[in-house]
Design a protein around this ligand. Structure first.
Ligand code: SF4
Length: 324
């Protein structure tokens, strides 16, 4: 009996719609740390504290922090002198750090340590005289931050086709780093193309880029073998949430990205006996609960969770907030 038959049996007999939750899903350690930095800063220094860019790409998270006294801005010029200023989990360019320091802003850096690790890898490659190639999506704040952390020009590559068009001699010493919200699976085609294109190329061990991105993508693939429809809870501007939906669709299962239950369309699940739900790394679990409730209003449901991978990674808070 395959996994799907094991599910079909009880569903058919009991007339229940089955909901299977991916494991892991939702908040990663970098998001937990970033949100906690804002909450603890509010506790320690009082409102308002200023956050440059959405702390993580999720409106519900941002709105709940706004209600507690956080103010979200896009530019440092919007922040008054001496104010507590938090950089988002995506990281910032060096010029932003320098401007904040010139203005004596009290900075708390919520850049995910895995993003900082990519910055440091890139800097080391450039110090060794290599031309740096960043695999990522143009315009994403993490990509802008990483490019802005490196003192030399960085070449952005988004697709395998772009590798062929690079105007760099084949024997140039190059190195690559990648955006953290791309998984090993996402980047391996581009890395292989780069390795074919350049004779002297190095890069980090891609398994180390971001455990959370890889784990959530592996889980959605597992989910796709068992379900008729996949609902991905996450924001439209969340890179990793979009990728989860794309992976679901690539496996042939209709997959929909929804910010929360208000965007759920019951037509999507009309003929679905088994519905899979996952959530992007910046989507809180309460939003998943809301989608389960919405499904429950259509008829009886039975909820189970894939055994998946348990995550135990935690990132340390900045020292000044550790004891708050
Ligand atoms: S998805 Fe990965 S890199 Fe991004 S915040 Fe989470 S742990 Fe950090």
């Amino acid at each position: 009996m395959n996994k799907r038959e094991m599910i079909d049996g009880p569903v058919g007999r009991q007339g229940l719609r089955q909901i299977i939750l991916a494991q892991p899903r939702g908040f990663c350690a970098g998001v937990v740390r970033a949100v906690e930095i804002v909450e603890r800063a509010l506790q320690k220094y009082g409102a308002p504290v200023y956050v440059r860019h959405e702390i993580v790409h999720n409106k519900h998270v941002v709105d709940s922090l706004k209600a507690k006294g956080a103010r979200f801005v896009e530019e440092l010029s919007e922040i008054p002198d001496n104010a507590v200023t938090i950089f988002s989990a995506h990281g910032v360019a060096r010029r932003i750090e320098e401007e904040a320091s010139k203005r004596d802003l009290h900075v708390l850096n919520a850049t995910c340590p895995l993003v900082t690790k990519v910055h440091n890898q890139g800097k080391r490659y450039v110090e060794k005289g290599r031309t740096l190639i960043l695999i990522g999506h143009a315009g994403h704040p993490e990509v802008e931050g990483t490019m802005g952390q490196i003192s030399a020009p960085v070449v952005l590559v988004q697709t395998e086709q772009e590798v062929d068009k690079l105007d760099i001699p084949t024997n140039t010493p190059v190195a690559y780093v990648t955006q953290t919200t791309l998984s090993v699976d996402d980047t391996k085609g581009i890395i292989a193309a780069l390795q074919r294109r350049f004779t002297d190329i190095v890069g980090p061990e891609t398994r180390d880029i971001c455990y959370a991105t890889q784990n959530r993508q592996t889980a959605v693939r597992e989910l796709s073998e068992l379900v008729d429809v996949i609902l991905v809870v996450g924001a439209k501007n969340s890179s990793n949430s979009n990728r989860l939906r794309e992976i679901g669709s690539e496996t042939g299962v209709p997959s929909y990205l929804i910010a929360d239950s208000s965007e759920f369309n019951s037509e999507w699940v009309r003929d679905a006996r088994v519905v899979g739900i996952t959530a992007g790394a910046s989507a809180p679990e309460v939003l998943v609960d809301g989608v389960i409730d919405a499904l429950g209003r259509l008829g009886p449901v039975e909820v189970s969770t894939l055994s998946g991978r348990q995550e135990t990674i935690e990132f340390r808070l900045p020292a000044e907030l550790a004891a708050v």
